[in-house]
Design a protein around this ligand. Structure first.
Ligand code: B12
Length: 427
């Protein structure tokens, strides 16, 4: 009997292919995703992106020249951008945190960087710490941060991997939010945010191993369970775009890679299908696919890096031919205090929602919209003259035939007749 058990055990071990033993095809696939991410730096239309930088720096393969150029672009453009947000008192903690993580991932001396606001020069980490204090005060008075718990967690993570200890009140606010189930998007748990909170809290746990903190351990346990429970039958945790962060968090919390095997498979299939076309999506998935997490930035040495990531010369730019097939599209706008307005427009099959909205606007039928740039691309901010303001906790929620979109207006392509609803919603 014992022998039988041992044989069965061995067979099971051989049979269950651990996901860190990537086959050649998988390695090629990840290399192609890595190259796509590197190529996204060449897109002249976009600003330097700290999340992309982070993923490139965490990767196993590098193009040190391009990464260095990108670091310099971040230090000029993003730096100025954050400086003016600080001067205008705009919410900035998420971008400040991502910038810190990107610099740290390049082993840049964080103490040498300052922001000058109202003629006062202060170190980057001093600003980040102060912004976190302000966020914490906002939680005290309004029960939520000025930005959101995703950015709050990013801020905690950035300070932690930079070796700065948070004020314990800042940490406790996140622990309490997890405990009370406040990490939500609408009525459901927000997996992206839980994952980011998990990485931030795990970093703190490893900061001082002498100190035992039962509340911290409990919060980590809750997060881990929620991430595991969020797994769908197809392997994704949450949706396609939160799975990368969820896997990163589970790995950071010490889960064996095998535990994430089905999620890894789902993500590899997404890479094959081209789901991660947006550089932000690639940047959150690639570290997970390479079995890494943002926590690894902490110990990053930047020595002996493999610089074999070479981009092949590009062929002629692909000219996208517009389809002759036309698709009827209905667009419904639901403003804050008024009933729905319905519009109709015929569009070429396969164009993006933003291009479709542009066509509708040009028909001069009363539909108008404005967008704002973000790291994920254009964010729909104003429709028919009404602005859904994040300061009022409102946004234009977009759905197709009643189902919330999982992509933004630039990435969502329209292949068939449908009704797009754009509704001013609170969150
Ligand atoms: C919080 C959040 C929101 C909040 C942001 C406001 C706030 N202050 O909290 C609200 C509720 C408004 C929101 C809305 C939407 N979101 Co959202 N959001 C997030 C989340 C959890 C964190 C974003 C963040 O703070 N990043 C950190 C800062 C530093 O980066 P940032 O770029 O400066 O952040 C701003 C933008 O990202 C913008 N934003 C937020 N969501 C989206 C989505 C898109 C497509 C764009 C272009 C911009 C954008 O708001 C952020 C705060 O100002 C991410 C999760 C993730 N994995 O990134 C999802 C995420 C980015 N959102 C997503 C989606 C799909 C949407 C919606 C399209 C949902 C819908 N059906 O309407 C809408 C956007 C519609 C529009 N008007 O254009 C997806 C995007 C996936 C993709 N492939 O494009 C993500 C990845 C979640 C997911 N796993 O599905 N979101």
């Amino acid at each position: 009997m014992l022998l039988l058990c041992i044989v069965c055990g061995l067979l099971a071990l051989i049979g269950s292919k651990p996901c860190d033993s990537l086959g050649t095809d998988d390695s090629e696939l990840l290399l192609s995703l890595n190259k796509q991410l590197l190529r996204s730096l060449e897109d002249q239309g976009t600003s330097p992106n700290p999340s992309v930088h982070l993923a490139l720096r965490l990767s196993t393969h590098h193009n040190l020249e391009k990464e260095n150029d990108h670091l310099n672009a971040l230090k000029t453009h993003l730096h100025k951008d954050i400086e003016s947000s600080l001067a205008n008192r705009d919410p900035v903690v998420g971008r400040l945190a991502l910038y810190t993580l990107a610099l740290k991932a390049s082993c840049f001396d964080l103490h040498s960087l300052t922001f000058t606001v109202n003629q006062m020069s202060e170190k980057l980490l001093t600003h980040l710490k102060r912004e976190m204090e302000k966020e914490k005060e906002h939680i005290v008075f309004s029960d939520r941060p000025k930005t959101n718990y995703y950015q709050y967690s990013l801020g905690m993570l950035a300070l932690c991997v930079s070796g700065v200890r948070d004020n314990s009140h800042v940490t406790n606010k996140l622990i309490k939010a997890v405990e009370r189930g406040h990490i939500k998007q609408g009525d459901s748990d927000c997996i992206d945010t839980l994952a980011m909170a998990g990485m931030a809290l795990q970093c703190l746990k490893e900061f001082d191993t002498e100190v035992q903190d039962a509340a911290l351990d409990k919060a980590l346990g809750v997060i881990k369970q929620k991430l595991l429970d969020s797994q769908r039958a197809d392997g994704h945790m949450g949706n396609e775009f939160s799975t990368g962060l969820a896997v990163q968090a589970l790995l950071a919390m010490g889960s064996q890679v095998q535990m994430c095997d089905t999620s890894m498979k789902a993500m590899r299939s997404d890479v094959r299908k081209g789901t991660y076309g947006n550089p932000m999506a690639m940047s959150q998935a690639l570290p997970a696919l390479q079995h890494k997490s943002y926590l690894q930035i902490k110990g990053k040495q930047c020595r002996d890096e493999d610089g074999n990531l070479v981009l092949e010369a590009t062929t002629e730019p692909v000219t996208v031919l517009l389809s002759h097939t036309s698709v009827p599209l209905k667009v419904e706008v639901v403003k804050y205090h008024s009933g729905p307005d319905l519009y109709h427009v015929d569009i070429p099959k396969g164009i993006s929602l933003v291009d479709a909205l542009d066509l509708l606007q040009k028909k001069n039928v009363g539909f108008m919209f404005e967008k704002e740039n973000s790291l994920w691309g254009p964010f729909l901010s104003t429709v028919n003259g009404e602005r859904a303001r994040q300061t009022d906790r409102r946004y234009w929620r977009i759905s197709s035939d009643g189902n919330a979109l999982s992509q933004g207006i630039k990435d969502f392509k329209i292949d068939m007749a449908q009704k797009i609803t754009i509704e001013n919603t609170s969150y």
